[in-house]
Write a protein that binds this ligand. Sequence first.
Ligand SMILES: Nc1nc2c(c(=O)[nH]1)N[C@H]1C(S)=C(S)[C@@H](COP(=O)(O)O)O[C@H]1N2
Ligand SMILES: [Mo]
Length: 372
Amino acid sequence: MAQQDAAKRFRTVGDGTGMTSDHRYEQEELQLAFRNRGMPLEGLRYDVTPTGMHYLLTHFDIPDVDMSAWNLSIGGLVKKPVSLSLDEIMGLPKRTEVVTMECAGNGRALFLPRSVSQPWLLEAIGTSEWAGTPLKGVLEAAGVQDDAVEILFTGFDQGVQGDEVQYYQRSLTIEEATRDEVMLVYEMNGRPLEPQHGYPLRLVVPGWYGMTSVKWLESIEAVAEPFNGYQMHATYRYALTPEDPGDPVDIIRVRSLMAPPGIPDFLTRTRLMGPGAVTLTGRAWAGRNSISRVEVSSDGGVTWSDAQLGPQPPQFAWHKWTAEWSATPGQHTLMVRATDSQGNRQEVEPAWNIQGMGNNMAQAVDVIVEAS
Ligand SMILES: Nc1nc2c(c(=O)[nH]1)N[C@H]1C(S)=C(S)[C@@H](COP(=O)(O)O)O[C@H]1N2
Ligand SMILES: [Mo]
């Protein structure tokens, strides 16, 4: 309780609304941006993102997990509560999935006004080969009771958000939690998880925005009511006003990104290149759906032409694309947009919401083509 009261002393940034309506960044945003860095977009060239290039998002601190005492507890409404060591978990059936993970806040800083939070532009993405054991098997062994409606995942990391002292916690319905691809993960790209990515064990929920893939798992509980903690009801919502509860953020929306061509200007990141034929390349992904089409524009979205899709990737991994462009001298705005197998296509205009969630508007890259 004393901790709860102490939390009330944290000031609100900006003008008090928690929003900012210009492109100047608050000190708090800069602080978050250094802790939670993104994947430089040239990383789009790799099928699997080198571990150190994968984006990071940690709400509180990376916890110091005491491995001599670590066990994963599986309890709540289960017939046989269990406590498993890491060795025991590693002895269970192993599954490996290449999964593109994206933070729900990716694109937040492109909204105006924007909420003061992690100010992602477009780089909160990465694709890893995650290995672990299917959650489904562990839940079956524990025997989830019929009166349970959700599975609650709790991480070791604790902090204050929205005036509430809390552990990082998210839940999934039983149906979502028992999908084949949902895993308790102990390896990333063939190596034990690094501390910042959830060592010793994290959840990975392919197809969902990253917030659901709880890191530093401490416990898993079957619960009788939908979990209503801070990370479920107060944030990760597509809300239009502070009063609007908004729909929950869940599956990753269709998006494509290009690896910026040419060379960058140090300060503005505007691209510089010579005239002639150039192959634009990048990746596209859409949660659980596949990508059916990628289009590029070299005139800021007035006209579009089809890109070529590379080989079909694993179900939850990004899809490579290439497009030939004949660069003519002058200034151009390159854009890319994807359509998924359900016919969802990226918009050119942002679909604004107050928390800056799920902004999958088409990427724009300014290019200057020099005469020679
Ligand atoms: N315990 C815990 N799990 C967490 C988070 C966190 O702050 N604490 N952040 C979530 C969010 S918002 C994202 S986008 C992903 C990021 O995973 P990564 O840092 O391994 O890329 O982890 C999720 N899991
Ligand atoms: Mo996130």
